[in-house]
Design a protein around this ligand. Structure first.
Ligand code: SAH
Length: 345
C-alpha cells in the first residue's frame, strides 16, 4: 500500500503513526478526519500537532480527485461526475436520488478489459485498477459536493470490480467500517460480469453485500456472443458459483439482464432465464439496453419487454424493470467516460 494513507485501516494507521513516534490515539483522530469528516487536506486537521501535519503532508499525500465536469439530468436530478485521478486518468461516478435515500454508482477501474460487446466502457480497453482510496474518494467527493448523505453504494460504473479484487475488498471494509461513513453492507451492491473463482472467494469474506451478476443471456451460445467472459466459464459453472454465494451468505443474487432487441428478448429466452433464477430465488433486474454508437444493438420494444416480464412473473420470479435515470446525461449503464475521451482526441 506504500504511503496511500487513505487506503489504510485504523489498525494499520495506528502502526504507521506509532512508527512515526506519535501516540496511538492520533490514528483515530486522523482516521476520523479522513473518513468521517471527509477532510481534503491536513491543514483542516486542527487537533493534530502542526509538526505531524507537516510531516504527513510531505510523506503521505492524500488521494484526491479533481472534479472535471458535472452534469445534472433535467429529467430526474441524477448527477454525473467526471473526476481526474492523480495521474490524469478519468473516472465517472453517478449520484441518484431516490425516496429511500441517495445512491452513488462508482467506478472500480479506469477502463475495462472484459470486452462486453454492448458496453461503451470497454471500447478503449483497460488503463489501470483504482486504489481503495480512489474508490472511497468518489463517494466522499460526491458527498462533499452534494452536501447530502449517501446511504447506498453500487459498484456498477466503469470497470470489473472482481478484476480488482483486493482493492475492492479493502474499499468495502473501509466504507462499512465504524469511524468512517459506516455504510451498511446491505446497502452495497457489487456487480460482476461473472468471474467465477472471485465470486466464490467473495462468498467466503463474511460480508452481507448484494452480488449482482450481469447475466444478459440464458444460454451459453447467446452469452458468448455478447460477453467474451462467457468463453471462460459456462453457465453451469456460473450458476454453481451463485448457489455457493447464496448458501454462504444467505443473500439473494440479483441477475442483471439487458434486453437487446431480437437477440435475447424472446419468450423462450424468458423461460430459460426463469429456470436459472428459480432455484436461486434470484431477483431479476431487466435493463433496456442502451444502444451505443459503436455497435448496432437496439432496445427491445415495449411489447417485447412487457411480454418478457410477464413470462418471468408467470414463473413466480421476482422481477423489476430498471428505472432509467440520467439518460439525457449519458449517466446510464455502459455509457460512462467514453464521450469525454473521444472529445479529448
Ligand atoms: N463489470 C461489472 C460492472 C460494470 S457494468 C459488470 O459487468 O457487472 C454495470 C452494468 O451495466 C452491467 O450489468 C453491464 O452489463 C451493464 N451494461 C453495460 N453496458 C450496457 C448497455 N449499453 N446497456 C445496458 N446495460 C449495460
Amino acid at each position: 500500500m506504500g504511503c496511500d494513507i487513505k487506503s489504510m485501516t485504523l489498525e494499520e494507521l495506528r502502526k504507521e503513526v506509532e512508527g512515526l513516534g506519535e501516540k496511538g490515539f492520533r490514528a483515530a483522530q486522523l482516521y476520523g478526519w479522513m473518513h468521517d469528516k471527509l477532510a481534503e487536506d491536513y491543514d483542516r486537521m486542527t487537533n493534530l500537532p502542526s509538526a505531524l501535519r507537516q510531516r504527513l503532508g510531505e510523506e503521505y499525500p492524500l488521494t484526491r480527485l479533481e472534479l472535471m465536469n458535472m452534469q445534472e439530468s433535467a429529467l430526474d436530478k441524477t448527477r454525473k461526475f467526471l473526476f481526474s485521478l492523480g495521474d490524469g486518468n478519468l473516472v465517472e461516478s453517478v449520484w441518484m436520488k431516490y425516496k429511500h435515500g441517495n445512491s452513488v454508482c462508482i467506478s472500480s477501474q479506469a477502463g475495462c478489459r472484459m470486452g462486453c460487446r454492448f458496453c461503451a466502457s470497454t471500447l478503449d480497453g483497460w488503463a489501470r485498477d483504482l486504489l481503495p482510496s480512489e474508490m472511497l474518494e468518489q463517494v466522499y467527493a460526491v458527498t462533499r459536493i452534494t452536501g447530502e448523505r449517501i446511504s447506498n453504494v453500487v459498484v456498477m460504473g466503469t470497470g470489473e470490480p472482481l478484476d480488482n479484487y483486493d482493492n475492492l475488498l479493502r474499499f468495502l471494509r473501509l466504507l462499512t467500517a465504524k469511524g468512517g461513513l459506516n455504510i451498511s453492507q446491505r446497502n452495497i451492491t457489487v456487480s460482476t460480469c461473472g468471474l467465477v473463482p472471485k465470486m466464490r472467494r467473495l462468498a467466503e469474506e463474511g460480508m452481507q453485500i448484494t452480488l449482482a451478476l450481469s447475466l444478459h443471456a440464458a444460454t451459453d451460445v447467446k452469452r458468448r456472443s455478447l460477453m467474451p467472459i462467457a468463453e471462460k466459464w459456462s453457465l453451469d459453472e456460473l450458476m454453481e458459483a451463485c448457489a455457493y454465494y447464496f448458501e454462504k451468505t444467505g443473500r439473494r443474487i440479483t441477475f442483471e439482464y439487458a434486453l437487446v432487441g431480437g437477440i435475447n428478448d424472446s419468450p423462450a429466452d424468458a423461460g430459460r432465464l426463469a429456470a436459472l433464477a428459480k432455484p436461486l430465488a434470484a431477483h431479476v433486474n431487466l435493463i433496456p439496453v442502451n444502444p451505443i454508437r459503436e455497435r448496432d444493438y437496439r432496445e427491445s420494444g415495449r411489447f417485447a419487454t412487457e411480454a418478457f416480464k410477464k413470462e418471468l412473473e408467470k414463473n413466480k420470479i421476482n422481477v423489476t424493470i430498471r428505472r432509467e435515470m440520467g439518460r439525457d446525461i449519458d449517466g446510464a449503464c455502459g455509457q460512462l467516460r467514453r464521450r469525454h475521451l473521444s472529445e479529448e482526441r
